[in-house]
Design a protein around this ligand. Structure first.
Ligand code: GDP
Ligand code: MG
Length: 284
């Protein structure tokens, strides 16, 4: 996605990786130069913008921070569209996060139909880690040639964080000459969702008086729009509700959008119809 903002060409960078590896921390360090010890799972996604100068050229980076929850994954497709570059974050203290590189890369490749610069970031180097184990893991990874750069960094100390982004920006400046300009194509979502049904997650609890009537309304919409409704009982799944950032009930996640509170159903129906056509009918 090359969006012209003023005279600056903005590039979309997606940051991917398991929960807790430090994706948000890396971005916060780069954009605001700060670090927080407290862990708060990222809900859905956030977008940050920063401009940097490379070879006398101003480059705008829009950095997309995507929630890494397993349950969120099917919604993630939407955010990967038209990425110009990707940062895959792993945690040096948990080498199993390296195994997941393939899964994240596969998700990206389902959506991006061209070669884009990819960097693997080994985060948390301020903590004790086993370099041999990491090297062995990387050597055995059959997709290691897919990545264009590797950086060891720490969001906590700030070590090498700005290098990641300047490395990417440099690659991006040269990239189009080497591989051609990005070709914008509609993404085929087939296979990403069950039978092309719009995923809906409905958070409810027994104390929520407005939840049952709203859920009834949503179920009734499925006569017109194919829906896949999943109800999560917040009393029994408080962790999951917290991961999604649910604060009050009812909360409904419709495709990639979150709707908080009760409505007469008309509003929610409009969102459902809109999300459905955005995800499944965009080629028509
Ligand atoms: P995300 O789920 O991938 O976005 O991870 P977060 O950015 O929320 O970070 C997860 C946890 O790891 C938080 O408690 C951070 O404070 C911590 N963390 C992130 N980066 C570093 C780092 O470089 N060093 C250390 N020691 N802790 C880190
Ligand atoms: Mg996060």
């Amino acid at each position: 996605m090359s969006v012209v903002l003023g005279s600056v060409d903005c590039q979309k960078i997606v940051v991917l990786g398991n929960p807790n590896v430090g994706k948000t921390s890396i971005i916060q360090r780069f954009v605001h130069n700060r670090f927080e010890e407290r862990y708060a799972a990222t809900l859905g996604f956030n977008i940050y913008t920063r401009y940097i100068q490379i070879a006398n050229k101003n480059v705008g980076l829009t950095i997309w921070d995507i929630g890494g929850q397993e349950t969120f994954k099917k919604f993630a497709f939407r955010y990967l569209i038209e990425s110009d570059a990707a940062i895959f974050v792993t945690d040096v203290t948990r080498t199993e996060t390296i195994d997941r590189l393939k899964v994240w890369n596969d998700s990206l490749e389902q959506v991006i139909n061209r070669k884009i610069p990819k960097i693997v970031l080994f985060n948390k180097i301020d903590l004790k880690h086993d370099m041999n184990a990491i090297s062995e893991k990387m050597a055995s990874l059959d997709i290691r040639s897919e990545f264009n750069g590797i950086v060891f960094a720490s969001a906590k100390t700030g070590a090498n964080v700005s290098d990641i982004f300047s490395m990417l920006a440099k690659m991006l400046l040269e990239w189009n000459g080497k591989f051609g300009s990005p070709v914008k194509q509609w993404v085929d979502f087939k296979g990403a969702f069950v039978d092309e049904r719009l995923p809906i997650i409905f958070f409810s609890s027994k104390d929520c008086e407005w939840c049952p009537p709203l859920l009834d309304k949503i179920q009734s919409f499925s006569a017109e729009v194919p829906l896949e409704v999943k109800v999560i009982d917040v009393d029994a799944n408080s962790k999951q509700a917290k991961e999604f950032g649910v604060q009050s009930l009812p909360t409904t996640i419709v495709g990639a959008k979150m709707v908080v509170g009760y409505s007469d159903g008309t509003f929610l129906k409009a969102i459902i119809t809109d999300e459905y056509s955005r995800l499944f009918e965009q080629k028509k």
